[in-house]
Design a protein around this ligand. Structure first.
Ligand code: ADA
Ligand code: CA
Ligand code: CA
Ligand code: CA
Length: 204
């Protein structure tokens, strides 16, 4: 009876929560989704149109954890400064998975993201982005620095899986941006410019 009670309590706690606007995680705090699924309503169709709203905006030094993001994937989640996304599951990436909107050390760990029509991660400001124990399946680019930009990004892939990547694990136009990786598992890669596609970019 005690076990059944625990099971019921655990089941009852997993819910689907509808967002009609972006949830702003205040600087320095944590949003724990407790395994719930978020559904976006009126925030975008999850297609390739720019200007859709993100599910979450992570203000500096905040953390988003233990949550599932369902279709439509809208504009994913946005980092503003340092931030952490841990055990976040993107069930169907929308315009993109996550965006670095202003610089910082950004971390994405655990869980997975699937079905990015174009990009998973997008870096629109100088940043260091580390992904670890994270799986990205079926997309064109796993991480992309804003096209034409020349600021410096450092991208680190540690113990990640990339499956069915059609263009590049990382792509940049900046000669100073670097990609570091270890223990990557890459399957069904069909890009024609190598894992790291960049203008004088360097992988190490
Ligand atoms: C594209 C687009 C940018 C920006 C970016 C994003 O790179 O050209 O203006 O919208 O996507 O943040 O998704
Ligand atoms: Ca975009
Ligand atoms: Ca998608
Ligand atoms: Ca976007």
């Amino acid at each position: 009876a005690a076990l059944a009670g625990l099971f019921l309590a655990a089941s009852a706690s997993a819910a689907t929560v509808t967002f009609t606007s972006t949830y702003v995680i205040p600087a320095g705090s944590t949003y724990n989704g407790n395994g719930n699924t978020i559904k976006a309503s009126g925030m975008g169709d999850g297609g390739q149109g720019e200007g859709q709203k993100p599910f979450f905006r992570l203000n500096a030094n905040s953390t988003l954890r233990n949550v599932k993001l369902s279709a439509p994937g809208v504009d994913g989640c946005h980092f503003y400064g340092n931030g952490t996304m841990n055990e976040v599951t993107w069930q169907d990436v929308g315009e993109d998975q996550f965006t670095v909107k202003s610089g910082g050390n950004c971390w994405v760990s655990g869980a997975s993201a699937v079905n990015a029509s174009d990009k998973f991660g997008q870096a629109n400001a100088a940043t260091s982005v580390t992904l670890y124990y994270h799986t990205q399946t079926n997309g064109l680019k796993n991480i992309r620095q804003l096209g034409g930009s020349t600021f410096t990004c450092n991208f680190y892939y540690d113990n990640n899986r990339a499956a069915t990547t059609k263009e590049a694990i990382g792509r940049t136009d900046a000669s100073s941006t670097r990609f570091g990786y270890r223990a990557m598992t890459v399957t069904n890669f069909t890009g024609s410019n190598g894992w790291w596609y960049g203008r004088s970019s360097q992988a190490f």
